[in-house]
Ligand binder design. Structure first.
Ligand code: MN
Length: 139
């Protein structure tokens, strides 16, 4: 047993993979044999991940605010505190804050045998991001 009183400092989400300002707290240590990965991610309004896939799928659970999520080929969906979203293994998708709203979620997934937990593609364009937003570009 190990009690970890404070995780390493909150990290800025890598700008290669995210648009806008997002901050990541690592909850589950990654230096163990377990493939479990758990993060708390805070997104500023308008911030979102790029398109990506998880080798073993992912669950996100929204703890605060209002966000957006989309799978490739699907509609942009609004997500709110209390909502859980499951992504299939290899399903191309993105998630982030809604325009004008902060959003925080827990992200839970398993790395693959090589320790990779996400495979990143292109960023989500403003056109894609605002496609599902009733606020539109005015936000
Ligand atoms: Mn994801």
């Amino acid at each position: 047993m190990e009690i970890i009183r404070s995780r390493p400092e909150t990290a800025s989400a890598p700008s290669d993979w995210f648009t806008g300002r997002a901050y990541i707290d690592e909850i589950a240590p990654t230096d163990s044999p377990s493939r479990l990965r758990a993060y708390r991610v805070h997104f500023a309004p308008g911030a979102r991940t790029g398109w990506h896939k998880h080798p073993n799928g992912q669950v996100i659970h929204v703890t605060e605010g209002v966000g957006l999520a989309q799978r490739r080929g699907g509609d942009v969906e609004q997500i709110r505190a209390g909502d859980t979203v499951r992504f299939d293994a290899g399903e191309d998708h993105w998630h982030g804050a809604a325009p004008g709203h902060f959003m925080t979620h827990l992200a839970l997934h398993e790395a693959d045998e090589n320790g990779n937990d996400a495979y990143w593609g292109e960023k989500v364009s403003d056109e894609e991001y605002f496609a599902g937003s009733p606020e539109g570009r005015a936000a």
